[in-house]
Write a protein that binds this ligand. Structure first.
Ligand code: SF4
Length: 410
């Protein structure tokens, strides 16, 4: 350890073994944000203020393709573009097909609605007892705190509301949602989402968590956020000090590609984990971005290293203009099949389809039970080999699966 990195390693021991941070702006920052300082870059307010939103913002950073340029120019009433400088630094300036770039720069295909696509495919608007609160499952609610995100994902299920100004963090709307939770004793779990709740100032978040924590029947609070991936600067020591006062508090982090797992992200996740917050990730299966076992394995293994448990892999919702992102359902099963047994069980997410029209999450698994042979269940392992599991003689045999004649087991 050299004298110059001693204080940093003393304060953040989990950074041991990681590349030492520069004291000068990175090449990307110096080139595209001349005059800004290292302190600016590390300040989440500066990152938000300098988001890239227009053709002229983005053409300073990347060579825009014709579909990107046209989509950015003609946007009206759809999901606006929004990219933090930090996240933009992960984009390939030349390759419009690069994963990070495809996820956040609009293209004209977004304007095409194909069969079965809708603006609100999950029917959230029909399961909202008060504006901005979705009550679909018996014991938990989804609290849409704000319609604001630091980075707007082109495949967002809530494209219809993000940055449209109808779901602003308005105190009166929050009051109505909190009053609904207060008078609904079956609600024991509140998920704060949006938009991204971590775009709110600490004080607003502190106020909201405090109000919810005072409701006796609310046992668990959760926050759904993409900030650690796209704005890791947001995870400050002050934020984690505040959050740790509201345990049991869980977080669902949104990651979609291993290129997102930078040292900054690792530090942000480490801070949250050190504050005792269990971290799970949610990933949307995206064509041409993460729809291979190889990419997904890198992502889930990297997440475990960042102390994040890969939790859900979502089939992409059929929102308007999502055709370019959607795979068939079989692809998700193929990925789970390629992970299970080949890497730690903790790294294998649940593959779910969020059923259109408000049916909720439906978990899908590759078929592991082939059938019965007498009292034996015939099971297929991760290598495709067959094994028998003898069910107890005193129990009635499982009847869900059909009898299969003479299976050849290993
Ligand atoms: S961060 Fe989440 S809510 Fe915001 S645009 Fe992306 S997917 Fe949608």
């Amino acid at each position: 350890m050299t004298p110059s990195n001693f204080p940093q390693l003393f304060l953040f021991p989990h950074l041991r073994g990681q590349p030492r941070r520069n004291t000068a702006p990175s090449e990307f920052q110096a080139k595209h944000f001349p005059g800004s300082t290292v302190e600016d870059w590390a300040d989440w307010h500066w990152q938000l203020k300098n988001r890239l939103r227009t053709v002229s913002d983005l053409e300073r950073i990347v060579q825009l393709s014709a579909p990107e340029r046209e989509a950015l120019s003609r946007r009206r009433g759809h999901l606006p573009a929004s990219i933090t400088p930090y996240y933009a630094s992960l984009m390939d300036p030349k390759d419009a097909g690069q994963a990070i770039r495809r996820a956040v720069i609009p293209v004209t295909a977004e304007f095409v609605r194909t069969k079965g696509e809708e603006d609100d495919p999950l029917g959230e608007d029909h399961t909202s007892p008060v504006p901005g609160l979705v009550h679909r499952y018996p014991d938990r609610v989804l609290f849409l705190t704000t319609d604001h995100c630091s980075v707007n994902c082109r495949y967002c299920t809530r494209s219809r509301v993000i940055d449209h100004g109808e779901m602003a963090p308005d105190p009166k709307r929050w009051d109505r949602a909190i009053e609904y939770i207060e008078r609904t004793p079956t609600v024991r779990d509140v998920l704060l989402s949006g938009g991204d709740p971590l775009t709110l100032p600490d004080e607003r978040l502190d106020y909201l968590l405090g109000r919810l924590r005072r409701i006796r029947h609310v046992e668990v609070l959760r926050i759904g956020t993409k900030s650690p991936a796209v704005l890791p600067q947001r995870v400050t020591p002050q934020l984690t000090r505040m959050l740790r006062r509201y345990h049991p508090l869980w977080m669902s982090l949104h990651f979609m590609h291993p290129a997102e797992l930078t040292p900054e992200v690792q530090q942000a996740c480490g801070r949250l984990a050190d504050a005792g917050i269990p971290l799970g990730s949610q990933t949307v299966l995206l064509k041409g971005i993460n729809d291979s076992v190889e990419v997904m394995k890198k992502l889930v293994q990297g997440l475990l290293r960042c102390r994040v448990r890969p939790y859900y892999l979502y089939q992409c919702d059929p929102i308007t203009g999502s055709e370019r992102f959607r795979t068939n359902v079989e692809k998700g099963l193929e990925i789970i099949q390629g992970l299970r047994g080949f890497t730690s069980g903790y790294a294998v997410p649940h593959f779910v389809v969020d059923a259109p029209a408000g049916g909720g999450k439906i978990a899908l698994l590759p078929d592991a039970v082939l059938g019965r042979d007498g009292r034996d269940l015939v099971l297929r392992n991760y290598e495709g080999r067959l094994f028998r599991y003898p069910e107890p003689a005193e129990e009635s045999p499982s009847t869900t699966w059909p009898l299969i004649p003479q299976p050849t087991c290993s």
